[in-house]
Design a protein around this ligand. Sequence first.
Ligand SMILES: Nc1ncnc2c1ncn2[C@@H]1O[C@H](COP(=O)(O)OP(=O)(O)O)[C@@H](O)[C@H]1O
Ligand SMILES: O=C(OP(=O)(O)O)[C@H](O)COP(=O)(O)O
Length: 397
Amino acid sequence: MSTFKTLDDVDVRGKTVLVRGDLNVPVEDGTVSDTTRLDRLAPTIDEIADKGGRVVLLSHFGRPKGVTPEFSLKTIVLPALEEVLERPVAFAADCVGPVAEAAVKALKDGQILLLENVRFHPEEEKNDPAFAKALAALGDIYVNDAFSAAHRAHASTEGITHHLPSYAGRLMQAELEALSAALEAPERPVLAIVGGAKISTKLDLLGNLVAKVDRLVLGGGMANTFLAAQGVNVGKSLCEHDMADAVHSILAKAKAAGCEIVLPVDGVVAREFKADAPHEAVDNAAIPADAMLLDIGPKSVANLKAVLAETKTVVWNGPLGVFEKRPFDAGTVAVARAAADLTQAGKLLTVAGGGDTVAALAHAGVEDRFSYISTAGGAFLEWLEGKDLPGVAALKR
Ligand SMILES: Nc1ncnc2c1ncn2[C@@H]1O[C@H](COP(=O)(O)OP(=O)(O)O)[C@@H](O)[C@H]1O
Ligand SMILES: O=C(OP(=O)(O)O)[C@H](O)COP(=O)(O)O
């Protein structure tokens, strides 16, 4: 199998290096609530800058529809990045065209420039060849250090590699090595926990994941979507009602593969999406039509603790509830701590990842008590399915 080139294979001195990072960090109250993705990207940026390369950073942030100030990388992410790097980072208000070109031209050896959100151009997600070429025109070489976005065949992760010598960054290398070491031959039973808010974009991967794991526990908006597809009235909960067919197809695949799907049996509901909103725990059959499920309930937590006790390997992406708003963090925190305790007792191997998942595990105080924490969520699960991730495959070409 051909493998990719790394920073060991190139002299970056005096070169303009386009570095694709994943600066899609969780934000709470106008600040970055978890800097893990920045911390883990920093060694690649430092190495290139210290060797005299000119670093031009490319990233997406959120899922904007066109240019929206709320998704600018300038306001919240840029200051956090400068703090992590402990060096100044210049900024250009566009990632292609004259604004970007002028900012790149002004860069000196060892300096760093961040370009505005690549998703402000719809051509990014379409992997438009002309847009990929325009990005590539800004640099001499390309380094992909965004493992967590490697499941996307976008212009800044895939298309650009057709135009520039391409290398893997240190985080990309480290993630692939760590995940292979932990999960190449996992001890069974293997349990996957998938929660969170990204539903339709993660449903596809569940269909394959059920063939790889013995049990699949669902929480968050993903669980709501499964419950609704099975006729449970989930009220005003986060749910993609039009995904019922996809859900039934996954349930059929799980059955054929002998994978047990574990859904919540109860939930914590509230009528307002805010911390300390009046709330109650109810069984699935009693979810009020005007309320939202914001966490799994105590019976579901007890179930999951029992399931964990008979599991050898856990892979986890997506919080089980709205962990950012107390007390709706309780389910995620309880399950995370139970998994961490079993890990520390040497009874369980735990691998978790995802921007918000890492923030949730840090909130639970267990980020150092899992076996491995990945910066990636969806990408890590797709890697686990055995898929050749487009962003990684492009580096191997
Ligand atoms: N029941 C729920 N209702 C609404 N949002 C939820 C629910 N459960 C979890 N979430 C939200 O899901 C988000 C994380 O989802 P996602 O982006 O898929 O995870 P990750 O970034 O780890 O891959 C969190 O902001 C959390 O508040
Ligand atoms: O946060 C990310 O993925 P994750 O939610 O699976 O951890 C990546 O930045 C990819 O973002 P996307 O799912 O909008 O392509």
